[in-house]
Design a protein around this ligand. Sequence first.
Ligand SMILES: NC(=O)c1ccc[n+]([C@@H]2O[C@H](COP(=O)([O-])OP(=O)(O)OC[C@H]3O[C@@H](n4cnc5c(N)ncnc54)[C@H](O)[C@@H]3O)[C@@H](O)[C@H]2O)c1
Ligand SMILES: [Zn+2]
Ligand SMILES: [Zn+2]
Length: 369
Amino acid sequence: MKSRAAVAFEAGKPLQIVEIDVAPPQAGEVLVRITHTGVCHTDAFTLSGDDPEGIFPAVLGHEGAGIVVEVGEGVTSVKPGDHVIPLYTAECGQCLFCKSGKTNLCVAVRATQGKGVMPDGTTRFSYNGQPVYHYMGCSTFSEYTVVAEVSLAKVNPKANPEQVCLLGCGVTTGLGAVKNTAKVQPGDSVAVFGLGGIGLAVIQGAKMAGAGRIIAIDTNPSKFELARTFGATDCVNPKDHDKPIQQVIVEMTGWGVDHSFECIGNVGVMRAALECAHRGWGQSVIIGVAGAGQEISTRPFQLVTGRKWLGTAFGGVKGRTELPGMVEDAMAGRIQLAPFVTHTMPLTEINEAFDLMHAGKSIRSVVYY
Ligand SMILES: NC(=O)c1ccc[n+]([C@@H]2O[C@H](COP(=O)([O-])OP(=O)(O)OC[C@H]3O[C@@H](n4cnc5c(N)ncnc54)[C@H](O)[C@@H]3O)[C@@H](O)[C@H]2O)c1
Ligand SMILES: [Zn+2]
Ligand SMILES: [Zn+2]
């Protein structure tokens, strides 16, 4: 079938809106009509060419909501008409990782997902007879996409897709990092570096967890108002200080914060985030995705004196098990999604979403089909 899609033909170039061909779902696969998709910084990162796993031409996008159109052989957990959120972290329930109870990093489709193909090693997308690759197992920048059954969370059909698509990545990642990775406790102090969709979701999660002081840090002060709305108690612009930001945070708090979160993808800030963690027990969670080949560093003394360096993908959330409940939480107002959606636009204007992100003017742009 034909599908309108925004295709990344080359790194560093705008997406092109074209009609691609989408092949039917094979065994264990599902054809989904995407109705809405957010644009996450990770899409911009891959489009920039800095992502070692980036393959072109590809259909990017991994923060979507849609409706099942057709299922391949053997698919039992979803049927046509079901409302779904595609998952870039699958959950098969069978693999070593799923069974461990220790992680959400299912490996069922990992090897092929990273290569931009479906589990049988081929792609369902093509343009003028040439293959177009999948992205993060989701490819939500195509109206019709094919996703592995294990990469779909079935959610309440009454949920607002313009908002719950954000549970496909940004908001879930931030909330999950607080709850599953850092396990923030009532009264704990928190520092959040980077106030995009991820960082603001961390603040919302910290507030929900009953954190005491929540310090929001960004070089773009226009983000502070929303950060305060979500629960930030202090807002700090590193540019207002002539000393390293970690020193500023330590001085503000005495011994540093109980938890810090890096939500930018900057290895220098990752170091600062670790070093502003409390002596003896403070921990720092890396969420940001750094460029290919970049490395983190600090003095080992920072760890010897009790700080912990952690990281998280999709906030440690098991998508098929947990997303349906998170969608219910959003519908009941326990999770706030509306403030994240600062812009909406039709697919034809998707490049504008990237421009707004790079200009620091949006939190999330949601594209509709
Ligand atoms: N681990 C995961 O599962 C996961 C999931 C989603 C996104 N990510 C990553 O999280 C990061 C954030 O994503 P986003 O969509 O919120 O991005 P975004 O671009 O919307 O937000 C980043 C924010 O960081 C601020 N910033 C930039 N440099 C800074 C600095 N030196 N000091 C302080 N603030 C600075 C920017 O002003 C901006 O507000 C990206 O690296 C993205 O790839 C990771
Ligand atoms: Zn994302
Ligand atoms: Zn698994």
